[in-house]
Design a protein around this ligand. Structure first.
Ligand SMILES: [Fe+2]
Length: 310
């Protein structure tokens, strides 16, 4: 919860946390820039808080050589989050909630099951967005029945969050309509506003031949560029990855069903096989703190000893 950063940092130093990525990449302190005053909206900079990002749960996936615990991994991840000594202010799932299927009724069954399982989270504020597995075959129709709009904004403790949909269009584009909506939203923000973007695919060209790009993502980045304090969190590539476009940091999260190889590291992109000697290797989730100065990220694993009993 809020105002517990010191204790959380102490816990990490004591070796109880995961791997911390000290993201100073987007570090910018509006209060400092304003000579130590409050933010441009006249309010305080907001309380310290943190949220948890989970991604690419691919509910409905089947492939014992890739993940023999396909039915249990999501539940274990939820148990891991529920076991955190400090509960996050909210949880965000950055797409590919379900594994793709050609069958519309099966797609809905998977979305319904996913939604039911996620109800077990202790944290009751959960944000969602689709991945191409959820939404590309019906332009988000089934997804919207269960989770509502595929792009939206919300504000929390002085941070403006923007959820972008780069998956409902099977061409992997945001599209003119959404970009116009984004421009309109940003036109209402102060230049010093702290902004966090959630999306599924990378907005930049990480590996276009592997579908690790957004066709018109550069237009979104151009719109965000005038804002000095923007950070992007995304999924899709099933591994941790950090990249800068100018001053904007982009952080990819691990997945929760299978890992994928490093960008363009092999001729053909394919899930990495399960390692019986290191169960859940390459899978995990992350905590992201918002302290007004930076966005420290803590990468957390799925424990092989964690039971899914809640
Ligand atoms: Fe995925």
């Amino acid at each position: 919860m809020k105002n517990n950063i010191d204790r959380r940092q102490f816990m990490r130093l004591a070796g109880m946390g995961g791997v911390v990525f000290a993201s100073g990449l987007s570090g910018f302190n509006p209060a400092r820039a304003l000579g130590g005053t409050t933010g441009s909206d006249g309010s305080a900079q907001g309380s310290d808080f943190f949220f948890v990002q989970l991604s690419d749960t691919h509910w409905g996936f089947s492939g014992p050589a890739i993940n023999p615990d396909a039915q249990g991994t999501l539940r274990k991840a939820i148990a891991e989050v529920n076991a955190l000594s400090d509960q996050p202010d909210f949880v965000v799932f950055t797409g590919d909630l379900t594994q793709t299927t050609d069958d519309p009724s099966e797609r809905r069954r998977r979305l319904a099951e996913f939604k039911e399982i996620v109800k077990d989270l202790r944290v009751k504020t959960v944000r969602y967005m689709p991945g191409e597995h959820d939404a590309a075959l019906d332009r988000g129709a089934a997804y919207k029945e269960f989770f509502g709009q595929t792009h939206y904004t919300f504000d929390y403790e002085g941070v403006h969050f923007i959820v972008l949909d780069n998956v409902s269009d099977p061409a992997a584009a945001l599209g003119d309509e959404q970009l116009t909506w984004l421009a309109q939203d940003l036109s209402q923000q102060d230049r010093l506003q702290r902004i966090v973007v959630f999306t599924h695919r990378p907005l930049f060209d990480l590996a276009p031949t592997w579908d690790w790009a957004t066709r018109d993502g550069a237009r979104a980045i151009d719109l965000l560029m005038p804002f000095p304090h923007v950070t992007v969190f995304y999924g899709h590539i099933h591994q941790e990855h950090h990249h800068l476009t100018g001053h904007i940091a982009h952080h990819a999260a691990k997945g929760l069903m299978f890992a994928l190889p490093a960008p363009l590291s092999v001729p053909k992109k394919a899930p990495l096989p399960w390692d019986a000697a290191a169960p859940y290797k390459g899978l995990g989730f992350r905590e992201i703190e918002q302290d007004g100065h930076s966005n420290p990220i803590t990468e957390l694993p799925i424990s092989a000893t964690r039971t899914a009993l809640l």
